[in-house]
Write a protein that binds this ligand. Structure first.
Ligand code: ZN
Length: 143
């Protein structure tokens, strides 16, 4: 395993062990649920949207390390973003995960997400990484 792989692994484990923005929002603007039956990942996502900005985001998830880490990173990157900006982050991430073969480079602000790129070697786990993002996408579209 190369040094880069090690750093990636550390990022994922850090988010897995200390998930950011965990919990619920009682007066959420939107709440959505996502399930990945292949792995058993389940998640509920709460968004508070004011003036077109995601001003709070919380996740309750029960799932594997990849699903938990991905959701945690997502929550940090989307918090404080406008709906358009949030949608753009979703697109960048999905594009990275669904681009086969080569590694994709993300804008500096989203660099941390590149840690999840190693998952692409395991097609079954790609769904684990995408679940929080698909759930967010649904939530934003139901808005
Ligand atoms: Zn999973």
């Amino acid at each position: 395993m190369s040094l880069v792989d090690d750093l990636y692994r550390e990022t994922i484990l850090d988010h897995y062990h200390n998930p950011r923005n965990r919990g619920t929002i009682s007066d959420a603007t939107v709440s959505t649920e996502g399930v990945n039956p292949l792995c058993g990942d389940e998640l509920r996502l709460f968004l508070k949207i004011e003036n077109g900005v995601v001003c709070d985001i919380k996740l309750e998830s029960r799932g594997c390390s990849i699903n938990t880490a991905s959701g945690s990173m997502m929550s940090e990157l989307v918090l404080g973003k406008s709906l358009e900006e949030a949608q753009a982050v979703i697109s960048e991430f999905k594009n990275m995960m669904l681009t086969k073969g080569e590694d994709v480079t993300l804008p500096e602000e989203l660099e941390e997400l590149e840690a999840l790129q190693g998952v692409k070697k395991y097609p079954v786990r790609i769904k684990c990484a995408l679940l929080p993002w698909n759930t967010l996408d649904e939530g934003l579209k139901s808005k």
